[in-house]
Design a protein around this ligand. Structure first.
Ligand code: C2E
Ligand code: MG
Ligand code: MG
Ligand code: MG
Length: 288
């Protein structure tokens, strides 16, 4: 019904637009308040080496403990935070908090953090990361930054320079949600990726459609030939895990292996797992 007539359209939609703008301003104010009130929290989900069963890293996942709405998932507020310019503040907090937390984990366990494209457009981002690592005392090799294909799609010179600098400093890069973007194969050429994360949607289809198995096998082989590792996301069944292990996928993540956990809980979990994984050091166990 909206005519291509600028004047008419504007008058016609004005009340609805005002409504939407007001709702949006409320949600924005809500998020600003959340940051001040410490309503944001982090949980960590273990990632397991499928061949050895050991935990190699934990992925940091953001949560919003809203006073009335309950636990709000990141998919509902990260895009808004990006729009209104709050991601640099939130991202900095996530980085610092997660790196500090990782210093309390066994040295064999790394920490993965999700980045938004907005953070990588900041030319001083790599300096910021290196300073944070130095401040908290975490080896750069223990940090994995997860980026999505949309970051790569932007093909920004700045972004490329920032990622190369970080890689040179020893930080590892993972390509998140692989297969859901537009430029999957191209992105592997453009950026120095260490790990490909196979999107949960492919894992969910394993054993249901032959195509999913063919695609996942091809991704695993491709990654291996390129010298990259593969992490399968969203493993929920033993059947999926067995198939992925057999297919040569290097790592796995999902509710079957471990759910995302609060900091104190993941610390205990890692301590227990590492004690089990190191039977050649019985004295440490006895001492603990
Ligand atoms: P992602 O990076 O692909 O994270 C994996 C998501 O899959 C997480 O959802 C995790 O809880 C969920 N998941 C893990 N295992 C399973 C499983 O077995 N089954 C199912 N159904 N789901 C599983 P979550 O925590 O809701 O995060 C959603 C997305 O929000 C993330 O996807 C990531 O893109 C974004 N995100 C999370 N934390 C941050 C952050 O600190 N900064 C930014 N920029 N984005 C973040
Ligand atoms: Mg991720
Ligand atoms: Mg992912
Ligand atoms: Mg995902």
């Amino acid at each position: 019904r909206a005519k291509a007539d600028g004047r008419g359209r504007c008058r016609f939609f004005l009340p609805e637009m005002a409504d939407a703008v007001r709702r949006r301003r409320e949600r924005e104010a809500d998020l600003r308040r959340a940051i001040e009130n410490d309503e944001l929290a982090l949980v960590y989900q273990p990632i397991v080496d499928l061949q050895t069963g050991r935990i190699t890293s934990c992925e940091t996942l953001l949560r919003w403990n809203h006073p009335t709405r309950g636990l709000v998932p990141p998919t509902e507020f990260v895009p808004m935070a990006e729009d209104i310019g709050l991601i640099p503040v939130i991202g900095r907090w996530v980085l610092k908090r997660a790196c500090a937390e990782a210093t309390r984990w066994p040295e064999t366990v790394s920490v993965a953090i999700n980045l938004s494209a907005v953070q990588l457009r900041n030319p001083s981002f790599s300096t910021e990361v290196r300073r944070t690592l130095a401040d908290v005392g975490l080896d750069p090799h223990r940090l994995i930054l997860e980026i999505t294909e949309s970051v790569i799609l932007a093909e920004n010179r700045q972004t490329k320079a920032v990622l190369s600098e970080l890689r040179r400093a020893g930080v590892r890069l993972a390509l998140d949600d692989f297969g859901t973007g537009y430029s999957s194969l191209r992105s592997l050429r453009v950026f120095p990726i260490d790990t490909i994360k196979i999107d949960r949607s492919f894992v969910a289809e394993l054993g249901r459609t032959p195509h999913a198995m063919t695609i996942v096998t091809a991704v695993i082989v491709l990654a291996r030939e390129l010298g990259m590792k593969t992490t399968a996301e969203g493993i929920e069944t033993a059947g999926q895990m067995d198939w992925l292990t057999e297919a040569g996928c290097t790592e796995g993540q999902g509710y079957l292996l471990a759910r995302p956990k609060a900091a104190a809980e993941v610390r205990q979990f890692l301590a227990a797992e590492c004690a089990l994984a190191a039977p050649e050091e019985p004295r440490r166990l006895a001492a603990g």
